[in-house]
Design a protein around this ligand. Structure first.
Ligand code: E4P
Length: 204
């Protein structure tokens, strides 16, 4: 199972790198805006630090605009993956870019059928948003089980990237349910190491 950092903060990435558990990075426009730095500059710096997929999200809502943005971002670095939303326009853009060799991360996935559509459109990564499902009273991690079964039933190669992870419990569950990747904020990474009995044992 791979671990991605869900951040655009290069200091957080730098802190995690020596631990050897940053297999990739996911960003979104809000995370990049939080840095207060130019988009391309941040994207390039992240790609130079991390040897793995780095997702950058388009903001257009029409396929044509998404493809234009995606092609521009893909030139920044070979490891860039283009995040498109789970909409018919997003899936059109996914097909076009996949055909031209650009890898796609389909984002804002909230149902198994959406994950199925993304796989059929050739997405490289499928991002179900667990925390946001929990926010509306559903059990987000259950979706991972469903997508895993569907992808395995038909041999889809798209990787399940569990996103909107809010806690170590989420990480454990998505690992149990067969997600290929978990992307998480720095604070969740830190919490994964912790157990009160570990601290107690060290004191003893
Ligand atoms: C990652 O690709 C997503 O943008 C991110 O995990 C969303 O997390 P949030 O629901 O906490 O905003």
């Amino acid at each position: 199972m791979k671990f991605f950092l869900d951040t655009a903060d290069v200091d957080e990435i730098r802190d995690c790198l020596p631990l050897g558990i940053v297999d990739g990075v996911t960003t979104n426009p809000s995370l990049i805006a939080k840095t207060g730095r130019p988009f391309e500059e941040v994207a390039k710096e992240i790609c130079e630090m991390v040897d793995g997929p780095v997702s950058l999200e388009v903001v257009s809502t029409e396929a044509e605009g998404m493809v234009k943005e995606g092609k521009k971002f893909a030139k920044i670095h070979k490891n860039i993956v283009i995040k498109v939303p789970m909409t018919p326009e997003g899936m059109k853009a996914c097909r076009i870019m996949t055909k031209s060799g650009i890898k796609i991360n389909t984002t804002l996935i909230f149902s198994a059928n959406q994950a199925l559509l993304a796989a059929k459109a050739g997405t490289y990564l499928t991002s179900p948003f667990l925390g946001r499902l929990d926010d509306i009273g559903e059990k987000g991690t259950e979706l991972i089980k469903e997508i895993r079964q569907i992808y395995d039933n038909y041999g889809f190669k798209s990787q399940i990237l569990a996103a909107s992870i809010r806690s170590p419990e989420h990480v454990k569950e998505v690992a149990l349910f067969g997600a290929d990747i978990a992307t998480m904020p720095f604070k969740v990474y830190e919490q994964l190491f912790k157990h009160k009995l570990t601290d107690k044992g060290i004191k003893q």
